[in-house]
Design a protein around this ligand. Structure first.
Ligand code: RP5
Length: 170
């Protein structure tokens, strides 16, 4: 089995359902992944050790998702120069706005590339991680181009159906 190129970390196992799309997208693109549950607050030493050793283990990009006071992506970014993509997740009572601010508002010097909240973010985080890898991987780039083309064709098919009077396929 190929060594993981993308690490996907979530703050709690309760986050997993919202990250399934990220896992599916990267698997479908043939990108080997490592999936972990670690918390910036509950297991901070584990996060620090994992992030500090990530580059040496061969990871190239890290995706980190958390809800609430979502410090996971930032805590990882503080320990590595690998690109870190943060996904804010919705929790009660602020529905993800808290996680968005905690993830996106990193101080200068320690960037986190924050994507959309929730499931959209999971999908885009996976695609962005693949795009970063594709800079040095022409085969992966070709698979991403096919993905974009398929999305464009789906949009055009919906337009054709709507234009012809039929309801668009879901
Ligand atoms: C965050 O707290 C996690 O990322 C999760 O979104 C949220 C709640 O975690 P659990 O109480 O469900 O473990 O750190």
């Amino acid at each position: 089995m190929a060594s993981p190129k993308v690490g996907i970390v979530m703050g709690s196992a309760s986050d997993l359902p919202r990250l399934e799309k990220a896992i599916d997208v990267l698997k479908s693109l043939g990108v080997p992944i490592e999936v972990r549950v670690m918390s910036a607050h509950r297991t901070p030493e584990d996060v620090a050790a994992w992030a500090g050793g990530a580059a040496a283990r061969g990871l190239k990009v890290i995706i980190a998702a958390a809800g609430g006071a979502a410090h996971l992506a930032g805590a990882i970014a503080a320990r590595t120069l690998l690109p870190v993509i943060g996904i804010p997740l919705a929790t009660e009572p602020f529905n993800g706005f808290d996680a968005l601010l905690a993830t996106v508002q990193m101080p200068p010097g320690v960037p986190v590339a924050t994507v959309s909240a929730g499931a959209w973010g999971a999908e885009n985080a996976a695609l962005l991680a693949a795009q970063i890898l594709a800079v040095a991987d022409p085969d992966l780039r070709a698979r991403l181009e096919s993905d974009r083309a398929a999305r464009a064709e789906k949009a055009r098919a919906a337009d054709r159906e709507l234009h012809s009077g039929k309801p668009p396929a879901k």
